[in-house]
Design a protein around this ligand. Structure first.
Ligand code: PBG
Length: 334
């Protein structure tokens, strides 16, 4: 670092005009950095608002197609699909996750048929499918790790057969990436990309998402703290990521994003595979609530929140703001 002194150095020189600020900007957002999470529900020609996420809706499969078309028009190349499973299809084991004609498989097949170039990510976890809302199989108040892994393998193969491009285990069971990778290799899904939710914290910021997919009312006092990471921990994220990479993950994810920027930085500095970040439902709802009250200014606050995540080291960001940001990028407003 050269030594700098005033007035030979005036850092304000490079801030004096918009065009100059742009040319020296260290971080830039692209629409291809954005991944848009979408909620799917049963039925046709219908949408439903999600009360705790103003502006976000659940869509029937036919309506999801319009969202996918919009994504591509805006230059967003990836969507992540999340199903809201009907109550009568849920059971303690999340069996519906392994049904090749379940909602998410039908949706993936339809989306890929109409938009083969759109990259589709599917979560691997049992929470939308279990009657208790946990990501795994529950017995005597314990989430069974190895039994859950057996089910996650089946769910992964079911999603791969439906044609999704990326599977994203978000369940936080130990050893699941290796088991899933092994099964994919054996079943001739050798090119399936695994995006591991590797450093996934037991966060209160997931509350609105659990409303959106209808999971979470029955989680109990500890919530998901016996399998998701403790928000007090940092080094442990290194172990989680190292294990998942060794087991065959192609991309890792940190989640939530804004309260965990230090973790994003740590992971992207220490590992040589892409690190994604998820700006989760609670982060979205928090900003939207302030925007709707007129307390924060919409476009500025949204782009600043995403730029911060990218600056910390995320190579792509899952965000419910994806279409708004992409629209602003198109208009040259970021
Ligand atoms: C499911 C899953 C969750 C989210 C993504 N996948 C919720 C959870 O773990 O309880 C949260 C996403 C969000 O809050 O936007 N395992």
């Amino acid at each position: 670092m050269t030594s700098r002194k005033f007035p030979s150095t005036r850092l304000r020189r490079l801030r004096s005009k918009k065009a100059i600020r742009s040319v020296v900007a260290e971080t830039n957002l692209l629409s291809t950095d954005l991944i848009w999470p979408l909620f799917v529900m049963e039925g046709s020609n219908n949408t439903q608002p999600i009360e705790t996420m103003p502006g976000v809706k659940r869509h029937t499969v036919d309506k999801i197609l319009f969202q996918c078309e919009k994504a591509l028009e805006l230059g967003i190349n990836m969507v992540a699909l999340f199903p809201k499973i009907e109550k009568d299809k849920k059971d303690p084991f999340g069996s519906n996750a392994n049904d090749e004609n379940n909602l998410i498989c039908r949706c993936v097949r339809d989306v890929k048929k109409h938009f083969p170039e759109l990259i589709v990510i599917c979560d691997v976890a049992l929470d939308p499918y279990t009657s208790h809302g946990h990501d795994g199989i529950l017995k005597d108040d314990v989430i069974l790790n190895d039994e859950t892994n057996d089910s996650l393998i089946k769910q992964s193969l079911t999603l791969a057969a439906a044609g999704c491009d990326i599977i994203a285990p978000s369940d936080m069971m130990d050893g699941r990436i290796g088991k899933i990778r092994n099964a994919l290799e054996k079943n001739n899904f050798k090119d399936m990309i695994i995006l591991s939710y590797a450093a996934k914290y037991a966060s209160a910021f997931y509350g609105p998402f659990r409303d959106a997919v209808g999971a979470g009312k029955l989680l109990g006092d500890e919530g998901k703290a016996t399998y998701q990471m403790d928000p007090r921990n940092k080094s442990e994220a290194i172990s989680e990521v190292a294990l998942d990479i060794n087991e065959g993950a192609d991309i890792v994810m940190v989640k939530p994003a804004m309260p965990y920027l230090d973790i994003i930085k740590q992971i992207s500095d220490n590992f040589d595979i892409p690190c994604f970040a998820y700006q989760v439902s609670g982060e979205y709802s928090m900003l939207i609530a302030a925007i709707q009250n007129g307390w924060l200014s919409e476009n500025d606050i949204i782009s600043e929140s995403i730029l911060g995540i990218k600056r910390a080291g995320a190579s792509a960001i899952l965000t419910y703001f994806a279409p708004v940001i992409a629209e602003n990028l198109k208009q040259g407003q970021i």
